[in-house]
Design a protein around this ligand. Sequence first.
Ligand code: PNS
Length: 163
Amino acid sequence: MRRKTAVYPGSFDPITYGHLDILDRGLLIFDRIIIAIAKNIQKEALFSVEERAEMIREVVKGKKNVIVDSFDGLLVDYLKKVKANVVIRGLRAMSDFEYEFQMASINRTLNPEIDTIFMMTSKDYFFVSSRTVKEVASFGGSVRDFVPPIVEKKLKEKFGNLS
Ligand code: PNS
């Protein structure tokens, strides 16, 4: 039987409980999910791709059917390489919609065989983003409710507030 694979791409700088919520719900729909960390995108990252991959591997280590990988260049080319044609993305609020709609449309124009499935973030996490988590951590605030313990620890190390 053919296994249905989806790619969950993103910056994951760092991974949050919001991402993990999408991942867990995606695993109920797909047989296998590849978490694909984008390299070389415009955004300046706090963590290197290796650091991000290490944190993700740690937090998904109990989950079956999850692969952690990274990619360079276009997402559509990566999908071809791993022989997948579904992308999963989380939608938090209306503000995400325009950007996501643009990306999904561009990807589908580049390769009409590709579809993007959007999952609405659970109500507990709709306000959580990697950007706000980094901001809170940079000022020494607690990010315990937003990220797994390993990520909290790495953020503390990065920002030098090792309390
Ligand atoms: O977590 P992010 O930063 O919102 O993820 C965005 C990401 C990495 C999915 C997107 O920037 C991407 O797919 N980049 C790869 C380059 C690409 O394929 N661009 C064309 C679509 S705009």
